[in-house]
Write a protein that binds this ligand. Structure first.
Ligand code: M6R
Length: 585
């Protein structure tokens, strides 16, 4: 059973329960099927875990007791297999001496499990992770705790960030390979977590671990060695980010808070180091083949990028990261990969760049999370500087990714971006009166089962991204098509009152004629455009301004998706079956 989750550990002179509870809540966006904690108290390991959201389970089991100064926590997202209390982490060994939390997949767990069963170990879960606790137990019969962990970790295949505690020692042992793990350190306190967001309320002194870094955390002390390279020095980086910025404040949901930040986000994304941008441009001009690689919303940013770069005379191939494997034979030392990812941890993207690297391609990336695997494994990267995005639905980071592609386009074409004007227009699109109009549109759509969206060129990309937003948080089936394509089959689905959202852009006459085709079959037309048209049943007014329309047209759609989710009674921040960082293949 594989999973992708959030993990955190603390050892120090403060109340571990409070720290790991606050920290794990900040990781809940990574998975929210089930949650668990482990503490050491009076020489015993206490485990509390169950299925459900963190607040629900905490209310039932009270994670704040018994108070301890060492503990682990885990929030889970299952990819296959059942979501049960038994499968929730932490997991114990047979003697309840060792507790572990794990994020990733142990690919060879069946083999290890068979080996351990023959040695008398009994398993309580169907997870791959439980083998880690038993493997450490097995080696502990012969060597001390640290060496037992090392031996156990050396046998694991797959991806893993693991934290381990032992009832007899005041330390946490950890490892990472292809799953993220960040260390935090203060005087008398040490922390480990899946990302810096969980640690920022407690410390700014962070160490980003590399693959196979084996770490031992004691109160205020961190020892790291690499299981392949041996002794290594890892720099402690001081990260100064305003934690306030990451709080939900008075907003009902992170999603709306994040959408409302988009004007500033757009401006920040454009503030790039000139030299770094120059390197991107040089490489784009030099490369013989360029692939734009990403998943989900970031893939839509790549698709937009491919249209923008094509306008600048540069041919690129945008490709969904999980499909990249099929193109490996076309990758060589003259290839440039531009990988785009909010998290920098999406497994499909990381696998693609690693394989491309083996074939000597250059890897440039566009990323939000500093210190993520993608920033570390790229030859160059641009940070989109969007700030933390907590809502599972990507909104402000899409705007920031688009801003970077607009910047590259402007450098290649010498066409200036009017930052102030675009910012002002974004603010207008987010104004109260605009939002109220979108709320009315949402009222009309909230009970529909299907929505179709069409656009041509850049507007087709917007249609795709709008459909994804509507689907993932409101659970209404939404499908996007190039305006010219819908008549090649899907138009068969249009009947009386089927909602059709039409994005009008540069190819106005053509898209309006495609709209006529929908209208003639009974389609209920929602037009997103600069001018109202006779054919629209409802009009969402947006400015029309060349490439920047990519930004203007998606904003009302993000607001619409948000409103639809709320009206239909769903939590837009934590849609069912999803997690923010998809760290499994
Ligand atoms: O962190 P990344 O940008 O690599 O994530 C890619 C996708 O998982 C992500 O965009 C996903 O599609 C979002 N839920 C979209 O809102």
């Amino acid at each position: 059973m594989s999973k992708m989750c959030g993990i955190i550990g603390y050892v120090g002179n403060k109340n571990a329960n409070e720290i790991i509870l606050k920290g794990i809540k900040r990781l809940e966006y990574r998975g929210y099927d089930s949650v668990g904690v482990a503490f050491v108290k009076d020489g015993k390991i206490i485990i509390k875990k169950d299925v459900g959201r963190i607040d629900e389970v905490h209310k039932k089991l009270n994670f704040l007791e018994p108070e301890s100064n060492i503990g682990l926590a885990h929030t889970r997202w299952a990819t296959h297999g059942s979501v049960t209390k038994g499968n929730a982490h932490p997991h114990l060994d047979c003697n309840e001496k060792i507790a572990i939390v794990h994020n990733g997949i142990i690919e060879n767990y069946q083999e290890i499990k068979e080996f351990l069963k023959k040695r008398g170990h009994e398993f309580k879960s169907q997870t791959d992770s439980e083998v880690i606790a038993h493997l450490i137990e097995e080696f502990s019969r012969r060597v001390d705790f640290e060496n037992a962990c090392k031996k156990a970790f050396s046998m694991l295949q797959g991806s893993f960030a693991v934290l381990v505690i032992n009832k007899d020692e005041e330390k946490i042992i950890g490892i990472r390979k292809d799953s993220p793990l960040v260390i935090g350190i203060n005087e008398n306190e040490s922390f480990a977590a899946s990302d810096i967001y969980a640690l920022l309320p407690f410390t700014r002194n962070l160490i980003f671990l590399h693959n196979y870094d084996f770490v031992v955390l004691e109160k205020g002390k961190v020892r790291i060695e690499n299981l392949i390279e041996g002794k290594v020095e890892r720099e402690v980086e001081r990260i100064d980010i305003n934690v306030e910025e990451t709080d939900k404040k008075d907003f009902h949901h992170y999603m709306i808070k994040e959408i409302l930040e988009e004007a500033d986000v757009f401006e920040r994304a454009l503030n790039q180091d000139e030299l770094k941008v120059k390197k991107f441009i040089e490489e784009i001009k030099k490369a013989k083949k360029i692939f734009l690689v990403a998943a989900g919303t970031s893939y839509h940013a790549c698709l937009a990028g491919s249209y923008l770069l094509a306008k600048a005379g540069i041919f690129t191939r945008p490709i969904i990261a999980s499909e990249f494997n099929n193109f490996l034979n076309a990758i060589d030392e003259d290839t440039l990969i531009i990988a785009v990812s909010q998290s920098g941890e999406t497994a499909d993207v990381l696998e693609a760049i690693r394989k491309a690297k083996e074939r000597k391609a250059k890897i440039f990336s566009i990323v939000n999370v500093y210190g993520s695997s993608l920033t570390r494994e790229s030859d160059e990267f641009l940070l989109i500087n969007a700030g933390f995005e907590i809502s599972v639905a990507a909104t402000k980071t899409y705007i920031a990714e688009l801003a970077i592609f607009l910047l590259l386009h402007s450098k290649l074409t010498n066409k200036k971006i009017n930052k102030e004007e675009i910012k002002a227009k974004i603010l207008d699109l987010l104004s109260r009166s605009r939002r109220e109009h979108i709320e009315k549109v949402a009222e009309l759509l909230k009970d529909k089962q299907h929505v179709f969206l069409i656009g041509r060129g850049l507007e087709y990309v917007t249609a795709l991204e709008a459909a994804l937003k509507i689907k993932e948080i409101s659970y209404i089936h939404a499908e996007a098509f190039p305006g010219g394509e819908i008549k090649h089959g899907t138009i068969a689905l249009i009947e009386k009152d089927t909602p059709c959202i039409v994005f009008v852009g540069e190819e106005k006459e053509k898209i309006l004629s495609n709209t006529e085709e929908l209208k003639a079959r009974g389609g209920f037309i929602i037009g997103v455009s600069e001018q109202n048209e006779r054919i629209f049943d409802i009009w969402i007014k947006v400015p029309q301004d060349g490439e920047a329309s990519l930004i203007y047209q998606i904003i009302p759609m993000q607001l619409l998706a948000y409103r639809l989710a709320v009206l239909r009674g769903f939590d837009p921040d934590k849609p069912r079956n999803l997690a923010k960082s998809v760290t499994v293949l």
